[in-house]
Design a protein around this ligand. Sequence first.
Ligand SMILES: O=C(O)c1ccc(O)c(O)c1
Ligand SMILES: [Mg+2]
Length: 629
Amino acid sequence: MKTSIATVCIAGDLREKLAAIAAAGFDGIEIFEQDFITFDASPREVGAMVRDHGLEISLFQPFRDFEGLPDPERSRAFERMERKFDLMQELGTDLILVCSSVHPKALGGIDRMSRDFAELGERAAARNLRVGYEALAWGRHVWDHRDAWEVVRRADHPNIGLVVDSFHTLGRKLDPESIRAIPGDKIFFVQLADAPMIEMDLLYWSRHFRNMPGQGDLDVTGFMRAVAATGYAGPISLEVFNDQFRGGSAKAIARDGHRSLIYLMDQVRRAEPELRLDSLDIPPRVTTEGVAFVEFAASEAEAEGLRKLLGSLGFHRAGKHISKQVEVWQQGEIRIVLNTDQEGFAHTAHIAHGLNICDVGLLVDSAEDTVTRARALGATPFSQSVGPGEMQIPAIRGVGSGLLHFIDRNSDLGKVWEIEFAPAEGGAAHEAGLTRIDHIGQTMNYEEMLTWSLFYLSLFETKKQATVDVVDPGGLVRSQAIESPDAALRVTLNGAETHRTFAGRFIADSFGSSVQHVAFATDDIFACVAKMRKCGFEPLPMPENYYDDLAARLSLSPDVTGRLKADHILYDEDASGSFFQVYTRSVGDGIFLEICQRKDGYTGYGAANAPFRIAAQRRLARPSGIPRI
Ligand SMILES: O=C(O)c1ccc(O)c(O)c1
Ligand SMILES: [Mg+2]
């Protein structure tokens, strides 16, 4: 199946748009008239430029206010169309999109409109061109693809067909199943867009808030299944009007777009195998069993601080790498890797970012399949040379070009700790009861959130949770959780709108997005904190006001409130259960660790506590920044 994208989706002038679109791997483009008119080159030159990028012009659009007009507007519309036909022939495209009229004088009437299209079909046929009719969700008389189809059906002309656009159908809450009844060869073109579910004026929603399939809340997969079931064999094309994308990185948005189509068609192919789509046959979304390790890149001095911190949480040094300056600290199933080596990726990451979490290891079904799927989705594979006795662990680039490594139990990869590490002295004497990694929190600029949610959703068997707004005294931080069905993998994406927030400062100070926070699970937070205190744990101090408010709001016994306060434990409860959290003080440019306990199946992340946690972190930070360890 060929992929295409409307030039309107991408930032830049036409040349920049084409370069980004071609680099992302699309086959064609929809030329948006505005992008052509604002560009200073002849139609022939533009056509050649597109083809020089290895792209075809799959559609020219939009042509507005054509059908159902009285004269003289009617004959004007036909004349206007002849000029656009001239232009299309010079550009080198045979298909134009006519969107349903919003003209105040448009009369409507199915037969009147079909007669206009029948006549237009004759004119198009004379030039070997085709016309596709699209119902805009806010069209004056036609705003439903079923009505647009009826106009096309009655026009009964081989050069007149239908354009379906997922936004107009799903945004209007029309049932996409009705598309299945349309003959596939009468659908001339398919436009795809998703959107977040926000109640607002349809036109405004469409022109400013569309996003890539998978990034919003619409059932674009259901829509595309219905289209595919008709036998439609033309291009699938993205038409995304989004203010943020228009101002974003052309390359990144084009890459996200291409990824969204691969993901979408894979979902469609799996949902309806009998359709025998010619889309890529790639391994399914990856099942994750959890986070296998988190790796810090550190200087020797920073590593010393981390050792103290980890020791205070009940971790012990479990192994030393056979040839590198790398050690692994362990507790329960949790492994923290400290990398102070003077070579390799971690070292480079340390030079660029200072102390940082440069690598996350995920436990998956098959590491090889994971990388195969990731490559098909346009992720960047990573490898570096390995020394004698070391393993080549499959990896890709993740958020902020940090690494994601994949470990599985089906190969030797799961034995990396025995193969590459020699046991260290000490042992597990002081474990505090931390069992596994509950979640990792990645901090990024707000504009990157859609990129990374699509990255996780398309690669892993996960679902996104609703976005929550966290108020930091310096501005808003939006937080979205991505979770596997059994919650074995939980990742939170935290998008900072300004650099004045704690999260935003982290991005600025460490020169880029990355993991800012790792949360460890425990089954008994009070026992855990008691043990950690003996090892020298210093919790992030919470003010008394917080506990007075808890006592006022919730029906906790004074005894429980007293224990929470004594240990600086934060508490949350909702319909799903209750939640306890305690934080470490920050290290480096604002990295912090959390210990949490979920009771009765609590599903959240303590968002209600986030403003108090942030205020406490800011209090400890010096005006010039955050204390370094
Ligand atoms: O917003 C619009 O006017 C507009 C134009 C052309 C389209 O294909 C569309 O979906 C919307
Ligand atoms: Mg459209």
